[in-house]
Design a protein around this ligand. Structure first.
Ligand SMILES: Cc1ncc(COP(=O)(O)O)c(C=O)c1O
Length: 366
């Protein structure tokens, strides 16, 4: 990325953008369009709403954690009426509730079902294909929108095969880049909804974006240098192969969970079928503050663990295991956690790091 910025109206840029769009389609699992905004992931969320929905439209959302709650806030600010199904921040979206809510909605008032695939605040991954099946069983026409901001390119995800209409993602998680790119894969049904309606919009307008993208260009100045990085990230993913990338994340997540259990600590995610292979949120023993522990780890070992967000503040810490990670970086991380537990005086059993190491050796490819 540390190269001169090229002319974003010139032929070299068109080649770059065209290559990147094609690579992104493979990662999202679609042959359809993927647009890239110079924005954070939140911008892609806003674009999803303003292109397809209008004030007063009813949408179905689920309180799976902090990011689902933020998505609700944006929807309400934009005038949508949100049916927000309460949750305990330890479970993902219940497909049974999706089916029940949509089956009750005989008038078709619900215009979209919006879920977060991987809740970064809790380490819980909702089961997107099962949610799609629930929508189909209810024979409902609502758009299906999924936030893959912390799952894309880390967890198996298939926009087209799983019948998702709008998938939002960003650069700074599984794509291993700095922040600054917000991405959206769009189905034909969502494109049709955008053509017919949505809200007044300019910067976030998909149609304008797609018109320019067809020739390899943008309607305004793109984040050119991040696109250089994205081209390389896509090449890295391609070189390893997406199935191998997903398997690597699954293996590192399992090693982490074995370490946590061996320490005698509890994993926040309550259902093993919803364990996230992106991160593991660990509950602190009662009477111990997760942020004091995190501060000790940062000052002693220069390692930054994820904080507990909103209602989980002080109660959990999060171990990230996504992106450009290998066995040794994971072992360094887990060793830092185990040493930190000792330094901070958090009651635990020794040996979690050893358990993880044993699992990594036993499951290593020859
Ligand atoms: C699941 C999820 N959704 C949305 C967001 C918001 O994305 P951004 O901070 O890039 O706007 C995040 C950020 O971490 C996230 O993890």
């Amino acid at each position: 990325m540390d190269r001169p910025t090229i002319d974003h109206r010139g032929p070299e840029f068109a080649r770059l953008a065209t290559e990147v769009f094609a690579g992104l389609r493979a990662v999202f699992g679609t042959q359809g369009p993927v647009v890239v905004f110079p924005s954070s992931g939140t911008g892609a969320w806003e674009a999803a709403i303003v292109n397809t929905l209008k004030p007063g439209d009813k949408v179905l959302m689920f309180e799976t954690g902090h990011f689902a709650t933020l998505w609700r806030k944006i929807a309400e600010r934009l005038g949508l009426t949100v049916d927000f199904v309460p949750g305990d921040w330890r479970h993902g979206v219940d497909p049974g509730v999706v089916e029940a809510k949509l089956s009750e909605d005989r008038q078709g008032a619900i215009k979209a079902v919006m879920v977060v695939h991987n809740e970064t605040s809790t380490g819980v991954a909702s089961r997107v294909p099962q949610i799609r099946q629930a929508i189909d069983r209810a024979r409902h026409t609502a758009l299906f929108m999924v936030d893959t901001i912390s799952s894309l390119a880390s967890l198996d995800y298939r926009h087209a095969e799983w019948g998702v209409d709008v998938t939002v993602a960003c650069s700074q998680k599984g794509l291993m880049l700095p922040p600054g790119l917000g991405m959206t894969a769009i189905s034909d049904k969502a494109l049709a909804a955008a053509k017919q309606g949505g809200m007044p919009r300019s910067y976030w307008d998909w149609e304008d974006m797609l018109k320019h993208n067809a020739g390899g260009f943008f309607p305004y100045t793109p984040a050119t240098n991040l696109l250089y990085g994205l081209r390389e990230a896509l090449a890295m993913l391609n070189e390893e192969g997406l199935p191998a990338v997903f398997a690597r994340h699954a293996r590192h997540a399992e090693a982490t969970r074995r370490a946590v259990r061996a320490w005698g600590l509890e994993i926040l995610c309550a259902d093993p079928a919803e364990y996230s292979n992106v991160l593991t949120a660990v509950m602190m023993p009662p009477g111990h503050d997760a942020d004091a522990f995190r501060a000790a780890v940062l000052s002693r070992f220069d390692m930054s663990l994820g904080t507990g967000l909103a209602r989980l503040a002080g109660k959990v810490f999060r171990i990230g295991h996504l992106g450009d990670l290998n066995d040794l970086t994971l072992m360094g991380t887990l060793a830092g956690v185990e040493m930190g537990l000792t330094v901070a005086g958090v009651p635990h059993r020794a040996g979690g790091t050893q358990e993880a190491m044993k699992f990594l050796c036993d499951s290593a490819q020859p």
